[in-house]
Ligand binder design. Sequence first.
Ligand code: GLC
Length: 576
Amino acid sequence: MTFPNSPDAAPFSPDANWWRQAAVYQIYPRSFSDHNGDGMGDLPGVTARMGYLSALGIDAIWLSPFYPSALADGGYDVDDYRNVDPRLGSLDDFDAMVSAAHAANIKVIVDVVPNHSSNHHGWFKDALAAAPGSPERARYQFFDGLGENGELPPSDWPSHFGGPAWTRVVEAASPNAGQLGQWYLHLFATEQPDFNWDHPEVREDFHTTLRFWADRGVDGFRVDVAHGLAKDMSLPLRSKPELEILVSDGSDPLFDRDAVHEIFEGWRTVLNEYTPPKAAVAEAWVPFTERRLKYARPSELGQAFNFDLLQAHFDGVEFRAIAQKCLVEAAASGASSTWVFSNHDVIRHASRYAFPDESTLADLESWLMADGVTPVTDQARGLRRARAATLFMLGLPGSAYLYQGEELGLFEVADLPHDSLQDPTWFRTGHQVKGRDGCRVPLPWTPTGENFGFGGTPWLPQPAGFGALAASVQDGVPGSTLEMYRAALKLRRELQCEESLEWLSAPESEVVHYRRPNGWEVLTNFAAVPAVLPPGVELARVAISSGESVVADEGATGAGISAGTIPAETTLWLAP
Ligand code: GLC
């Protein structure tokens, strides 16, 4: 079966379509590279590593927030949308980083966080200083409480990080100065007050922010919590919506409401003021592909993250079914598909796949509980499967979003000392759920030293095992995870062509085999045992393999494949 491009899939010149099949590398700036030695990664650190990024072979970098922030949620609590956190550098440093990236032929995507600001944002400070009902309060979601004296929150909505989604303020303006007063909504941490997107100034200000960064040369935007902006706050507020699992029929007052699309049509108008138009990708945890793809229409953002593969088991039948569904639906909407296995919010895929096969989501969650169970994991297997999954994904049509450190085979650091944890989840669950710090530990660049070449003493401690995975240890070593990524990203430029593929294996097979229109083939054995190679697959065509020993030793390659088998949990790319 093939997946034709939709007729409106390519409205711009080839350069304007750079994002459709780009390999995008996510940088979590505080954990990437620390240039000034204060223990926090920074923008000059990114600039200094541009050679590494270029050699990796990615097409773009996406930077998680680097804006001024008190870091209540790792920077997703933004004080000022049009500036750089002084700990991470200056606007000049930002410009230097963009120039260096462009000189290396790497595009730059920045994160926009429109659902909420931080509680240090100028507008929120004004809102706190002003009285209930004032224009300053109207930019956020301030409501009177329930109960005789307003002592109960306006609704029973929980915050995404635990605890209630409402915080009561002490009024500052007379005549109620000093008294407990209204409540404001924060779907995330207390320090992240939700904006009121019905307010024209909020809409206008984000257009200004988009233009600010676009004028500085960024090539695209990643839109945080894109599905949350339009809310139905009509009274009486409806009772507890499902904050994680959406009904997605438009009835949820908080998420994925149809009204949100008008906002992004406005954004597209701004993004199209530029030549080529700026790219954008929505972070919208909407479980139904057809609803998620509305964000990705050419008239809106162009892409939406697809987390379906990320949530799948390492299973050939599941992987193939998901890939097929996503490709068909993306093509129908005019979007290109996106693929992602790891990011700053989830357990790293090398660790997810290290769990025993019968593991459930509850087992993964338990691992990150303060008193949870530590599973018997098999790290070698986790990495073997992660590498196979990555090569399966890098061959697919569409964009691949990679998360810093996965090219080193980094694993989740689930046993960080409790007193080092910083994720708001840890605090808002009363120290029950550890949260996402385990995937945010600063990168190891060299095998030795106090901080493995990261810079200063890292803001999260690195485990001893990180040294062996350092970039310099893997550099130039055939078969290392770093070299596998480099080789695959280089070959991917030859492999990527028209956005379609043809399945060569049966839907129920654990050996999944597809062919791109230019003749490149990708073959993954998802099974835990070797599989017989399909007829016609010749050793001479194997351009790359995810199997470490296979790549490391040509003899082993020959042994594994000439015997007519593909090793367990391995992906091969076959040149035309
Ligand atoms: C997104 C970000 C996450 C952040 C949340 C609130 O899901 O990826 O890191 O905590 O939004 O901004």
